[in-house]
Design a protein around this ligand. Structure first.
Ligand code: PEP
Ligand code: MN
Length: 262
């Protein structure tokens, strides 16, 4: 039952691993890259738990302009050096056109954030590069709009696409967003692209990240991207939804088990 498509898109990464509808991928890391110490400790945790792809923002789309907005290219270069030495791949958010080229040498997957899902100029630019792009569903975006955003990149010539359900804004306000489980089987039926879920932004509350992740895997998710932090209480962004290392290690074990059972 794991095979949803005969010929799914195969997103090849430089370590030889593949992201596709026939594989299961885990991407984990802090919301924001904050310091050398933070990067060192996260990389050690990922290596220990056999996670190959590290997430982290260096350009952060913050709702308030007074919040921490990221370390920028300097932070990315510091992170890249450490990740490379540890054999860890990088996914990070690209916010504007000029960053596509700036970031190119230092990243493995471009992340298009929920606020930029319909930044069509950015999508056009990403259609011209030969590195994978993960497009997040817009905050209030429909499934169809996400697919059209993917078409922008695809029709520009870049077919290395990954889709990400990260929760949408609904009338519910006990949670940050509502992770749309429905989107997972629908997207997998409509496309040959891998579908990743982001339970961290999807629910926004640390203790509920794991159950939502496991539910999403059972619903067909081809991977999970989630936030963690060596000390969530002091995180510069999204600490409330970032897992402690211990929680992360437990969730990684359970996610791999869930995928095996599916
Ligand atoms: C993030 O991944 O930290 C992020 C800002 O996500 P989103 O674009 O889904 O809000
Ligand atoms: Mn975040």
């Amino acid at each position: 039952s794991k095979k949803w498509k005969v010929n799914p898109a195969q997103i090849h990464l430089k370590d030889g691993s593949v992201i596709s509808q026939n594989d299961f991928s885990i991407m984990a890391g802090p919301c924001s890259i904050e310091s050398e110490e933070q990067v060192d400790s996260v990389i050690a945790h990922l290596v220990e738990n056999n996670v190959k792809i590290m997430r982290g923002g260096v350009y952060k789309p913050r709702s308030s302009p007074y919040s921490f907005r990221g370390l920028g290219m300097e932070g990315l270069k510091m992170w890249y050096k450490k990740a490379k030495a540890a054999g860890i791949l990088i996914i990070t958010e690209v916010m504007q056109l000029s960053q596509v080229e700036e970031m190119y040498d230092f990243i493995d997957i471009y992340q298009v954030g929920a606020r930029n899902t319909q930044n069509f100029n950015l999508l056009d630019e990403l259609g011209k590069v030969d590195k994978p792009v993960m497009i997040k569903r817009g905050v209030s975006g429909t499934i169809e709009e996400l697919l059209y955003s993917a078409e922008y990149v695809f029709s520009g010539g870049n077919e290395n696409l990954i889709l990400c359900e990260r929760g949408i804004r609904t009338f519910e306000n006990m949670t940050r967003n509502t992770l749309d489980i429905n989107a997972i089987p629908v997207l997998k039926d409509k496309t040959h692209l891998p579908v990743i879920i982001d339970p961290s932004h999807g629910i926004g509350i640390r203790k509920f990240v794991e159950p939502v992740a496991l539910a999403g895997i059972m619903a067909g998710a081809d991977g999970v991207i989630f936030e963690l932090h060596p000390d969530p209480e002091t995180a510069m962004s999204d600490g409330q939804q970032s897992l402690y290392f211990e929680e992360s290690a437990a969730m990684i074990r359970k996610m791999n088990m869930a995928y095996e059972l599916r």
